[in-house]
Design a protein around this ligand. Structure first.
Ligand SMILES: [Zn+2]
Length: 544
C-alpha cells in the first residue's frame, strides 16, 4: 500500500501514481485491464522507439568535459551511482512503486536468492514498477526492477523467484559492464549523456526540481537499458546460474521452464507489440528445453508459497482499473473460487473496497478476513487503514501502534503509525516516534517527510525545514535541500545543538552540489573548466 506520508489517503496516492504513469512517455502503454481478463493487459501500443537524447531546455552554460569515453570503463562505484540516479528519477516520476509492502516483499524474496550463494559480492535493491507491461530489468549497480504486470503473470512464488534469479545472475556476471564495453562508443556515450542531462535538470531547477526533464532522461535511460544486447551466451549463463540460485534458495526448480512457457502463451494475447521482457529475453524452445532438462532428475520438491506472495499479488490487483471494477473482480473471483489463495482474495476485496470508500462493507469483509488468517503485518496495516479512513483515528492508532511493536521492520507500519498520530493532532508524539525511527533507518526519505510534517504542525521552523531539506536530498534534489537548510539556518527557534546540525549539513550539501557540478558521477578526467559550448553537438548528436 502506498504509504506516502502525505495527507492523501494511500488509495488516492495509488490512483495518482497510475495517472502520472499514464502521462509519462515511455509508460504510456499502460491501460486499465478489462475485469474479465485474469491476465494483465498489455497495451496495444508498443514502447516508443528510442528517442535521441534531448537535453533539458535550461541547460547549464558550461558543460563538463566527457573526456575520451571510449577509453574509460565504468567502475563498480560509478555503476552504482548511475543506477542510484536512475532509481531516484524513477521515484520522482512515478516509475517506482510507492508501496513499502510490495518493495519490502521483493527485497525479502530477492535477498533470499542472493544469500543462497557465495558469488554475490555486492548490494542489491529490488523494487516494483507500476506498469502493466511484462518486464523485469537490472539497472547498473545491482538495482532490479520488476513490473507489476510480471508479478501478476506469475502463478507461484518460485516462478517470480526464477525471474529475479535470472536478473541477479546478469548482475553477478557483470553482463551489463561487458555489454557496455562491447558497445562502448555508442552506449557508454549515451549513458554518460543521460547522466549529464539528469544532472543538468537537477542543477538548473528550483526547489521543486525539474521533474519532467529528469523523468524524461530516466525513461530514456531505461529505453537504453533495454537496448543493451546481452549475448546469447549471457542469456544462457543467466539461465544456468539463475537455475542454481533458485535451487540453492529452496524454490521449485521446475518453475523456470513453467514461467517461460507462461510467457510464451501470454504472447498470444499481445496485440501489435511484443512485451519488453520478451524482446530482451526471447523465449525459445531451446531455452525452455534447457530449463526442463536442468530440472529433470532433481527430486520433486513440494514448495509452499508464502502468504506474502499471494497478498502482494492481490494488493497489486486491487490497484487495477476503476475502484468498482476492482471490487467486482474480487467478488467474482471469490464467488467462482477462481483464486490461488482464499485469504489473499478476501484481502484484495477489502483493499478494493477501501478504494471505493465503502467503509461499511470494508469493515464486514475485514471481519471475515481476520477470522480466516493468523496475524500478519499486511492484515494489521489494512485493518488500521479501514479504521483510519472511516474516521476512527484513535482505533487506527491503537491498531498501528501494537502492530509496529510486533513488526518493527515493516516500513508500511513504521510510516502508518506516526501518520495516524499526526491525523489525531498528537504532533509531539509523532515527532518523538519518527526521531526514534530515524536512528534505526537513517536517511529514510518518507521518515524525513513525516518529521517535517510533525515539526511544521508544532510550528518548529528550524526542525521542519531541516527535515524537509533532508527529504529533498534523499530525492536527489540537492538544490532544493540547500534552499530548505538555508531557511532552517535563519530560523531563530532552534537550540545551539540543532543550529550546529543544520550548519554542518548545509556545508556538506553545498560541497555535494559543487562536486556534482564539477563531475558527472565522479568519472575520472571530467574537466569543468575546459568545457565549452562547442561540445554540445557531441552530447546531442548521440545515435543509438
Ligand atoms: Zn536475461
Amino acid at each position: 500500500m502506498p504509504a506516502s506520508p502525505s495527507l492523501r489517503p494511500r488509495r488516492v496516492v495509488a490512483a495518482i501514481t497510475a495517472v502520472a504513469l499514464a502521462c509519462a512517455p515511455i509508460f504510456a502503454t499502460a491501460e486499465p485491464p478489462s475485469v474479465s481478463d485474469t491476465l494483465p493487459q498489455y497495451g496495444a501500443v508498443g514502447p516508443p522507439p528510442a528517442a535521441p537524447i534531448t537535453l533539458p531546455q535550461a541547460y547549464p552554460q558550461r558543460l563538463p568535459d566527457l573526456g575520451d569515453v571510449s577509453q574509460t570503463d565504468f567502475s563498480p562505484a560509478q555503476e552504482r551511482k548511475l543506477g542510484e540516479t536512475i532509481v531516484r528519477e524513477l521515484r520522482a516520476s512515478g516509475g517506482y512503486i510507492n508501496d513499502p509492502e510490495v518493495n519490502d516483499y521483493l527485497n525479502e524474496l530477492g535477498h533470499r536468492l542472493t544469500a543462497a550463494s557465495t558469488d554475490v559480492k555486492q548490494d542489491f535493491e529490488f523494487f516494483g514498477v507500476p506498469d502493466q507491461q511484462i518486464n523485469a530489468f537490472a539497472l547498473p549497480g545491482g538495482y532490479i526492477g520488476v513490473n507489476t504486470g510480471l508479478i501478476l503473470l506469475t502463478q507461484t512464488e518460485s516462478e517470480l523467484a526464477s525471474v529475479l534469479a535470472h536478473e541477479i545472475s546478469h548482475v553477478t556476471q557483470h553482463h551489463m559492464a561487458r555489454a557496455l564495453s562491447a558497445q562502448k562508443d555508442s552506449m557508454l556515450m549515451s549513458l554518460a549523456g543521460l547522466a549529464l542531462a539528469i544532472l543538468a535538470a537537477r542543477g538548473s531547477s528550483g526547489s521543486s526540481g525539474d521533474v519532467a526533464a529528469g523523468a524524461m532522461a530516466a525513461t530514456q535511460a531505461l529505453t537504453l537499458q533495454h537496448q543493451i544486447n546481452f549475448t546469447r551466451e549471457n542469456e544462457y549463463e543467466a539461465d544456468r546460474l539463475g537455475f542454481q540460485r533458485l535451487d540453492a534458495a529452496g524454490f521449485d526448480v521446475t518453475a523456470m521452464a513453467t514461467f517461460m512457457q507462461r510467457l510464451q502463451s501470454a504472447m498470444r494475447f499481445v496485440e501489435g507489440s511484443v512485451p519488453t521482457y520478451l524482446r530482451d529475453h526471447p523465449v525459445t524452445y531451446e531455452r525452455i528445453a534447457e530449463a526442463q532438462a536442468r530440472a529433470y532428475g532433481h527430486p520433486y520438491r513440494q514448495v509452499v508459497d508464502s502468504l506474502d506472495f499471494h497478498l502482494v499479488r492481490a494488493l497489486i490487483r486491487s490497484y487495477q482499473g476503476e475502484p468498482r471494477e476492482a471490487v467486482k473482480w474480487f467478488d467474482d473471483a471469490i464467488a467462482e473460487h477462481k483464486y490461488n489463495n482464499a485469504i489473499a482474495a478476501q484481502y484484495g476485496l477489502v483493499a478494493s473496497l477501501l478504494r471505493t470508500t465503502d467503509f461499511a462493507r470494508a469493515k464486514r469483509e475485514l471481519a471475515k478476513l481476520e477470522k480466516m488468517t493468523p496475524e500478519h503485518p499486511m492484515i494489521d496495516a489494512i485493518a488500521g487503514h479501514v479504521l483510519l479512513e472511516s474516521g476512527d483515528v484513535d482505533g487506527a492508532i491503537d491498531r498501528f501502534g501494537s502492530a509496529v511493536a510486533r513488526y518493527p521492520n515493516k516500513m508500511q507500519l513504521v510510516y502508518d503509525y506516526p501518520d495516524a498520530l499526526l491525523k489525531a493532532g498528537r504532533n509531539a508524539d509523532a515527532a518523538k516516534f519518527v526521531e526514534q525511527q530515524l536512528v534505526r533507518f537513517p536517511g529514510d526519505g518518507p521518515l524525513q517527510l513525516l518529521a517535517a510534517r510533525a515539526y511544521a504542525a508544532q510550528n518548529k521552523q528550524m526542525l521542519a525545514h531541516r527535515h524537509q531539506g533532508e527529504y529533498y536530498a534523499w530525492q536527489g534534489n540537492l538544490k532544493g535541500a540547500v534552499d530548505q537548510l538555508e531557511i532552517a539556518a535563519k530560523a531563530k527557534d532552534g537550540d545551539f545543538y540543532q543550529a550546529s546540525v543544520v550548519d554542518t549539513r548545509l556545508k556538506a550539501l553545498r560541497r555535494e552540489v559543487a562536486d556534482q557540478n564539477k563531475s558527472a558521477f565522479g568519472r575520472q578526467g571530467l574537466d569543468m573548466q575546459g568545457a565549452t559550448d562547442a561540445r554540445l553537438p557531441v552530447l546531442t548528436g548521440v545515435k543509438h
